[in-house]
Ligand binder design. Structure first.
Ligand SMILES: [Zn+2]
Length: 142
């Protein structure tokens, strides 16, 4: 297990699996301190992700939170501040990687839309929002 070395391929695959298998996703208004948040149960319990789409792109916010879930064990040796720095850096790179692939963009659009209540899915389903904002999404464990 601890021999595992993360690559962008395996990180994206793990994020996809976590989204499909264990995440609930809501677009909602959040306090000003958070543009997205997530609580989850270790090791493989439900992950409840909430994204404030007024503050951050839905895909960006979702991926940020999924990274917290997927990498929590790998980041256990870092304090919260450094974990957040690492997640933010990976979020930017992972989103860039997705943006460059029509196939990946479509996968994420469909998977995220399936997770959203119909009312929310309509808001983001029609057009790409770009979602390249990188600031301030935060994970929260509980
Ligand atoms: Zn975060």
């Amino acid at each position: 297990m601890s021999d595992r070395r993360w690559t962008f391929d395996s990180i994206e695959a793990a994020c996809r699996r976590a989204l499909i298998d264990r995440a609930t996703l809501r677009v909602t208004r959040l306090p000003m301190t958070h543009s997205a948040e997530c609580s989850w149960a270790e090791p493989a319990g439900r992950a409840n992700i909430r994204v404030d789409a007024h503050e951050v792109g839905v895909r960006t916010g979702t991926i940020h939170e999924l990274l917290h879930v997927v990498l929590s064990e790998a980041l256990s040796g870092f304090d919260d501040y450094l974990s957040e720095e690492i997640i933010c850096a990976l979020e930017v790179r992972l989103n860039m990687r997705i943006s460059l692939s029509k196939r990946r963009v479509e996968w994420w659009r469909r998977a995220i839309n399936k997770k959203l209540p119909k009312r929310d899915a309509r808001l983001i389903g029609k057009r790409s929002s770009g979602g390249s904002s990188t600031n301030g999404a935060r994970g929260r464990r509980s």
